[in-house]
Design a protein around this ligand. Structure first.
Ligand SMILES: *[C@@H]1O[C@H](CO)[C@@H](O)[C@H](O)[C@H]1NC(C)=O
Ligand SMILES: *[C@@H]1O[C@H](CO)[C@@H](O)[C@H](O)[C@H]1NC(C)=O
Ligand SMILES: *[C@@H]1O[C@H](CO)[C@@H](O)[C@H](O)[C@H]1NC(C)=O
Ligand SMILES: *[C@@H]1O[C@H](CO)[C@@H](O)[C@H](O)[C@H]1NC(C)=O
Ligand SMILES: *[C@@H]1O[C@H](CO)[C@@H](O)[C@H](O)[C@H]1NC(C)=O
Ligand SMILES: [Ca+2]
Length: 527
């Protein structure tokens, strides 16, 4: 009976869609055990999990209440937007509600009262989670589509933004780009960012309401018109550089740059018919879980993968603690049909008993020593188990041994230190006179000039004599008539000629001053 159940479970992956199952309990000649597969969550309606932001402040209509007209009925301006009246308000959330049969609900902007100043609005959608698009993004505009707009995306929760697609009734005029169609793209250009005129034409506001970002057409380049050959698409997603990332987003932004005009010109005498109104934004995609999860749940306000294969993190982007004997890897769609799980392995299971703390994927057996050792330790580690830091690095005390940041560079000052190695707390070994963790400071009574040198003079112990002044601890500037390191020597005593040339015993005050000046000039010239 147990055997039968196992057999039934084993059949499941074949019966269901591709990559739906992460593991199954199978019976082999060696007895029952788990078998693991690359797996991904189902596609979902992502608008149910989004947070939206509309910019600039005050762009939503109704505060103060405002009248507007439509292009169909430009002189019957009986419609009203009033933020304080629920029946007449048009807040951003109406872009994401479910449309019941009947009237559309929509977000609406203020009208273009300020023409010719442009009417600009940004609608930013954020998921705080990487999403892989699986179908077209469809934006539905009531009362006409914008004549110029742009779609942008972010892959890092809104820190950086990239153009995704340009839309205009005249691409050349609006963006200096030639108009293209996604259907005309080829296998090598499937991830090209282009400008299309297909969704900006005026066709009567009731007739054509949608603006698309065509995901299916791009998939069809590889999978055929009905997306029947998904194997080919999956193969491409693994092998073509940047293709997977092209369909991955954490945020989307619609930049609305010019509303529907309903004709060639803007009619200045009736600006109440120009505005944006969006009734729905459909985004279909699946959580990106790196092929390590088939479930994605909404927890504490964010989507999270339910990671398998002993991975963890919001996107299953790292190995669980104690499962880091190999570096983390994403699962792969290949080889078809079940892919490779690339599961994280428990310490000790990779190769005999060789643990590499996730810094190496390879172990090798050294015959004459009879040991197994990790090969090519990464992250600046070394040692049989990649358990030490390379020379010139020291152990990060706040990082576990299997952390990528486990080794920190010593960064010893090249001149101040003996070598570029440091002790376990990051202290370098300093040359004479140097100090500080990195040996980039001097001890008291030393001065820095490409290394630390003992002071020649100072204001305490090594005083310049006979009225000399200490220059940057490096030398005494002596009055005329004195010389020596500390001006301790009279020129008369040292050299009779010097004495003879200088009239008067010590010379006049003026000549002393001039002498000091000359010495100072020479000192500056030396520097
Ligand atoms: C819209 O977002 C872009 C950046 O993506 C920014 O440069 C622009 O100023 C924003 N426009 C408005 C009206 O907030
Ligand atoms: C984003 O998701 C992460 C992980 O689930 C969570 O810790 C964080 O609080 C979320 N941030 C926001 C702004 O919701
Ligand atoms: C993950 O670890 C558990 C033990 O905690 C083990 O039973 C399971 O087989 C491991 N899964 C994979 C994919 O390695
Ligand atoms: C030490 O490790 C912690 C934990 O990974 C990391 O946050 C920190 O940046 C590391 N310190 C340095 C100096 O790299
Ligand atoms: C590293 O060197 C510094 C300075 O000499 C010393 O204070 C520290 O105790 C040393 N740390 C270790 C672990 O030896
Ligand atoms: Ca709606």
């Amino acid at each position: 009976m147990l055997y039968l159940a196992a057999l039934l479970v084993h059949c499941v992956p074949l019966a269901m869609g591709q990559y739906d199952i992460c593991k199954s309990w199978v019976t082999t000649d060696d007895g029952p055990s788990w078998e693991f597969y690359a797996c991904q969550p189902k596609a979902m309606r992502m608008k149910d999990y989004v947070t939206v932001r509309v910019d600039p402040a005050g762009i939503t209509c109704g505060d103060p209440p405002e009248r507007f007209c439509t292009h169909e009925n430009p002189y019957l301006c009986s419609d009203e937007c009033d933020a304080s009246n629920p029946d007449l308000a048009h807040p951003p959330k109406l872009m994401f509600d479910s449309e019941d049969e009947g009237l559309a609900t929509y977000w609406q902007s203020v009208t273009w009262r300020r023409y010719p100043e442009p009417l600009l609005a940004n609608i930013t959608l954020s998921w705080n989670k990487s999403i892989e698009l699986t179908d077209d993004i469809v934006i539905t505009f009531e009362y006409g589509r914008p004549t110029i707009m742009m779609l942008e995306k972010s892959l890092d929760n809104g820190r950086t933004w990239h153009p995704y697609q340009y839309y205009a009734d005249d691409c050349m005029e609006a963006f200096s780009m030639p108009a293209r169609r996604v259907r005309d793209l080829s296998a090598t250009s499937a991830n090209r960012v282009l400008c299309t005129e297909e969704y900006s034409r005026w066709a009567g506001s009731k007739k054509e309401k949608t603006v698309r970002f065509e995901v299916r057409d791009r998939f069809a380049i590889f999978a055929g018109p009905d997306l029947k050959n998904m194997d080919n698409l999956y193969t491409r997603l693994e092998s073509a550089k940047g293709l997977k990332d092209f369909f991955t987003v954490t945020d989307l932004r619609m930049r609305l740059l010019r509303p529907a005009l309903g004709g060639t010109y803007v009619q200045r005498e009736n600006l109440y018919k120009y505005f944006y109104a969006v009734s729905n934004i459909e985004v279909t995609g699946r959580c990106k879980c790196n092929l390590h999860a088939n479930l994605c749940t909404f927890k504490e306000g964010s989507l999270q993968c339910e990671c398998e294969h002993n991975t963890t993190g919001q996107d299953c982007g790292k190995c669980k603690k104690n499962f880091r004997s190999r570096s983390w890897r994403a699962g792969s769609y290949l080889p078809l049909p079940n892919g490779s799980p690339n599961a994280c392995a428990a310490a000790g299971s990779a190769f005999g008993n060789c643990e590499c703390y996730g810094h190496s994927n390879r172990c090798s057996y050294i015959d004459f020593l009879n040991v197994v050792t990790c090969v090519s330790c990464k992250h600046n580690t070394r040692g049989q188990h990649c358990q030490h830091c390379r020379l010139g690095f020291y152990r990060n005390s706040s990082a576990e041994l299997d952390d990528e940041n486990v080794c920190i560079e010593c960064n010893c000052n090249q001149i101040g230190s003996m070598h570029d190695r440091c002790n376990e707390t990051g202290y370098c070994e300093c040359r004479e006179g140097a100090t500080g963790p990195k040996c980039d400071d001097c001890l008291p009574n030393y001065y820095w000039r490409q290394g630390c040198f003992p002071n020649v003079c100072d204001d305490e112990l090594l005083l310049c004599q006979n009225g000399g002044t200490c220059y940057q601890n490096q030398r005494c500037i002596c009055p005329a008539g004195f010389k020596g390191v500390l001006c301790q020597q009279s020129r008369c005593e040292a050299d009779k000629q010097d004495c003879d040339r200088a009239p008067g015993a010590g010379g006049s005050l003026a000549t002393v001053a001039l002498g000091v000046l000359a010495l100072q000039l020479r000192a500056w010239a030396d520097l």
